[in-house]
Design a binder for this molecule. Structure first.
Ligand code: FCB
Length: 410
């Protein structure tokens, strides 16, 4: 039986500005890099030099059968100082989006993907009062100037991961550890920011659906027969999927106002209750045993993607996989990962999930935040000396699937 996907299904890749562009010197990640925050000592400049190579990069994606692309607009370029918009950067992104359109790629645009301008972080970043109001003029300006070239808006990328990595775990700027108050403040502000952006975007670009690229990384009990592990997993999972809505109440991010659900899915983890780690919420995390691991050390089990999609079915909204991929220096694991994951996505569609698109993380091997260039998620390799692109077999495989809008027979 051919496993065909619905007509009009979107086949693309996802990227984030700071990870591919190069030359972003006015945001918190650059400052963090100068302070030695990148474990590998790598520099995000020039990354994949995509800022200058976007046209050739998009042409290649088009040749590889893709019909959509998820990218982010770098806030620190467009609004380098509060209230001052750089028209040349707005023109740059207009050129980027126009090129996508000319190549027949629908654009899904993320308005906050981990980086913030220095003027914003110096006033306290997302933990500070008034942060939503400081971000929204950027959102409105981008919508006014570029909205006609955009097919989907993602207001935020992975709000929970962002808050967790920056305020609890410390691997992301502002590198705070165990700062629970900060974490909740950040999440409350991101929630307000999203809700207002949702309303503003609807006014300015009523034809463009708005959503969030929300991660789904389930936490399960290390020992399912131990009550405290079960409790830790339940509480942890609830906390890692929700944000505060006032008066001590939590709302699942998937229940926030949105026209579609974006899901970023990579893996799962086990949690064990321990009195030794109060800063980390009294839990110790570990990798589910008995499964292959990616270069990141994340357990690989494509069936979890199907389960993540099925969880969204009761919400009755269109779903897009806004990120899914595997860190692997060798390409073979990526090829089997792609076939298996897309097979599971297809199964979820058969089970009634309104899945309308898949954005693989990622097109070109890029700057993986604090891990620098050590994690290769790309369908396309990049020679960091020459910036030459090398199409991997997984990219050709993805191209065959995208062109056929169906999976090869098993
Ligand atoms: C996600 C991020 C993305 C990339 C992948 C590997 O959490 O959204 O930028 O780092 O992980």
């Amino acid at each position: 039986m051919t496993r065909a996907f619905p007509e009009g299904f979107l086949w693309g890749c996802a990227t984030a500005a700071h990870q591919v562009e190069g030359g972003n010197h006015n945001n918190d990640w650059w400052e963090f890099e100068q302070r030695g925050g990148i474990r590998t000592g790598d520099s995000s400049d020039p990354a994949c030099n995509h800022y200058h190579r976007f046209a050739a990069d998009f042409r290649l994606l088009r040749q590889l059968g893709q019909n959509a692309h998820r990218l982010s607009i770098e806030w620190s370029r467009v609004e380098p100082a509060r209230g001052e918009f750089d028209l040349s950067q707005l023109r740059h992104y207009r050129d980027v989006l126009t090129e996508l359109r000319e190549q027949g790629l629908s654009a899904m645009v993320t308005l906050h993907h981990f980086t913030s301008p220095l003027w914003f972080t110096r006033r306290g970043g997302w933990a500070a009062a008034g942060s939503p109001a400081a971000w929204l003029p950027f959102v409105r300006r981008v919508a006014e100037e570029l909205g006609h070239l955009v097919s989907f808006w993602c207001t935020l990328n992975e709000p929970l991961i962002y808050a967790y990595m920056g305020w609890l775990d410390g691997e992301f700027p502002p590198s705070r550890r165990g700062d629970w108050r900060g974490t909740f403040r950040v999440l409350a502000n991101l929630r307000r920011a999203h809700e207002q952006a949702y309303r503003d975007l609807h006014k300015i670009t009523p034809q463009v659906p708005v959503g969030i690229a929300n991660h789904r990384w389930p936490l399960l009990p290390h020992n399912p027969t131990r009550r405290l592990d079960r409790l830790a997993a339940r509480v942890g999972d609830r906390l890692m999927t929700s944000w505060p809505v006032g008066r001590g109440r939590l709302q699942r991010v998937v229940e926030a106002p949105s026209d579609f659900l974006g899901v970023n899915h990579y893996s799962r983890e086990l949690v064990r209750f321990t009195l030794r780690r109060p800063g980390q919420g009294f839990v110790e995390r570990s990798v589910p045993p008995g499964l292959p691991l990616s270069d990141f050390g994340w357990a690989v089990q494509p069936d979890w993607l199907r389960e993540a999609l099925l969880e969204l079915k009761p919400l009755g909204k269109p779903v897009y996989i806004t990120e899914n991929g595997i860190a692997s220096a060798r390409d073979e694991p990526r090829q089997s990962f792609l076939c298996a994951s897309l097979g599971k996505a297809w199964e979820a569609i058969q089970a009634g999930v309104d899945l309308r698109g898949y954005f693989h993380w990622t097109s070109v091997d890029n700057f993986e935040w604090a891990r620098g260039y050590s994690m290769r998620f790309g369908l396309i390799g990049v020679d960091l000396e020459t910036q030459e692109r090398q199409v991997k077999p997984s990219a050709e495989l993805y191209a065959r699937i995208a062109r056929a809008n169906a999976l090869p027979d098993e």
